[in-house]
Design a protein around this ligand. Structure first.
Ligand code: NDP
Length: 465
């Protein structure tokens, strides 16, 4: 009752918006700008930096570190190609500094794009204080809180890294901290086997850091095709990453810069840094979702097919929801939401063929089903597997003997390619294009009649027998 009164009073002021977006990350920015393009009056509230996880402390700075981390191998291999770069040195402090400068540039770019789109940016942390009403606590402690009102509200606050509840866990880094380092450690223990653990293990290893990866299960990246994750495991090990499977960390002892990682098997590893990469959780603390009866499950906001929450004027997109947690998915969810609510366009997000990639060394990428998923869906006898592994030309003159791996999974009955997987250079770029064909229902015959582009790695996908 009280909140309705506040909303009515607010609606006479200028702080009433057609849409209020909580969180200026990938999903929130996409939705806000798209809604504003239809003439909606839009506010976006951000407590941290505009750009969100992807731009500030995720995909973008990570990929730049990945690119930077390849130079060590290029330098080592240069002599084989008649260019002697040996003697060159790598300065990780310069790399980290330059990555931060690029992030700053993108942060400013996103702020200016919001302005050009006519979206009102409010810097501060928002929380629900009533139906349709958000209270914003400004970042500047000298300023007082204020309220804004949204006819519709979109929660796009994303997620944050999980820190385990073990003794000494504050001694360890989470992925956010890595981007703030001045220089890399000499020896790091990475805990986890998912995207972030594998990507950072390879970044650090390529840049000369001694890496030990501790994995509680028996393999890396369990959501990927097993042969692809096995391929990555062997490649990472042959590159120098020490991986211990079926080990769990009990506690961290020591101090920052001199840490003893104690496992549940009571072994101890001394290192100067540790990284917890054990998943991410929705960033809903402090939102006061109970005030507006927005339901969640294990902290993830429950949404329907239109991204509506249990409150019909509140929607949610991206990592804060119980759907797929990837940047392009959040962007598409944000745009579809805005198209439907403010543009009168009814369309939906296609979740069926979402390509995914891990920017490890080698890169791995896939679209469609893994072999075990295909077996479950079609039956083992009803699928055909085509695969190949070979040394790409980039390795022909080097002494590394590194290979790539490609795999197609075909439903025998329909002849459709239902899974396409790759480990090797440019895997993500190649699988992005394969995703178009596969989402259109391409058959193995379509792949076979496609002319090869020679000499490439990707041509193997159209010549497999
Ligand atoms: P993931 O979900 O990919 O992997 C989490 C890993 O941590 C798993 O290996 C899991 O083991 C392990 N784990 C969980 N809890 C514990 C624990 N208590 N002790 C030890 N190990 C544990 O999480 P990430 O943090 O790597 O990444 C989070 C998400 O961010 C990804 O799922 C993805 O959506 C997104 N992301 C995407 C990227 C990309 O597209 N390239 C890059 C980075 C992140 P188990 O397998 O046994 O459960």
């Amino acid at each position: 009752m009280r909140s309705k009164l506040i909303c009515r009073r607010l609606s006479e002021s200028e702080n009433v918006f057609d849409l209020v977006v909580l969180g200026a990350g990938s999903g929130g920015l996409a939705a806000a700008k798209r809604a504003a393009s239809y003439g909606a009056k839009v506010a976006i509230i951000e407590g941290d930096r505009v750009g969100g996880t992807c731009v500030i402390r995720g995909c973008v700075p990570k990929k730049l570190l990945v690119i930077g981390s390849h130079y060590r191998e290029y330098i080592q291999d240069s002599k084989s190609f008649g260019v002697d770069l040996l003697g060159s040195s790598i300065h990780t402090s310069t790399l980290l500094l330059n990555v931060r400068k690029e992030v700053d540039r993108l942060n400013q770019l996103h702020i200016s794009m919001l302005g050009k789109s006519g979206v009102h940016l409010f810097s501060g942390w928002g929380k629900f204080v009533g139906e349709n009403i958000i209270e914003v606590k400004p970042k500047d402690p000298l300023k007082s809180s204020y309220k804004i009102c949204g006819r519709k509200i979109l929660i796009a606050v994303g997620s944050q890294p999980v820190r385990p509840n073990i003794k000494g866990s504050s001694l360890g880094y989470v992925s956010d901290d890595i981007f703030l380092l001045e220089k890399f450690p000499k020896k790091i223990v990475i805990i986890g086997a998912g995207y972030i653990a594998c990507e950072f293990a390879c970044i650090f290893n390529n840049l000369g850091v001694e890496v030990i990866q501790i994995v509680r299960g028996d393999n890396l990246l369990k959501t990927f095709d097993k042969e692809v994750s096995n391929f990555l495991r062997d490649y990472m090990r042959s590159s120098g990453v020490k991986i211990f499977f079926e080990h769990e960390v009990k506690e961290l002892l020591g101090s920052k810069g001199d840490i003893n990682v104690i496992t549940k098997k009571d072994s101890s590893i001394n290192c100067d840094a540790t990284l917890f990469a054990i998943g991410r959780k929705p960033f809903i603390n402090g939102l006061h979702l109970d005030v507006v009866n927005v339901n969640s499950n294990l902290g993830k906001i429950i949404v329907d097919k239109n991204n509506m929450t249990s409150n019909s004027s509140i929607f949610a997109v991206g990592d804060v929801t119980d759907k797929v947690n990837l940047t392009p998915v959040a962007i598409e969810e944000g745009r579809v939401f805005a198209d439907r609510l403010f543009g009168g366009i009814t369309r939906s997000v296609d979740y069926q063929y979402i390509p995914k990639a891990v920017f490890s060394q080698p890169e791995i990428a896939s679209v469609g089903l893994s072999e075990s998923e295909a077996c479950d869906e079609y039956g083992t006898k009803n699928i055909s597997i085509y695969k190949t592994s070979f040394r790409p030309m980039s390795q022909a003159l080097t002494k590394r003997n590194r290979k790539c791996f490609l795999k197609l999974i075909v439903d025998i009955d329909s002849n459709k390619v239902v899974g396409c997987h790759m480990a090797g250079e440019n895997a993500a770029e190649i699988i992005q294009m394969a995703a178009i064909a596969i989402s259109m229902g391409a058959t193995k015959s379509d792949f076979d009649r496609t002319m090869a582009l020679h000499p490439t790695i990707a041509e193997e996908f159209v010549t497999m027998i």
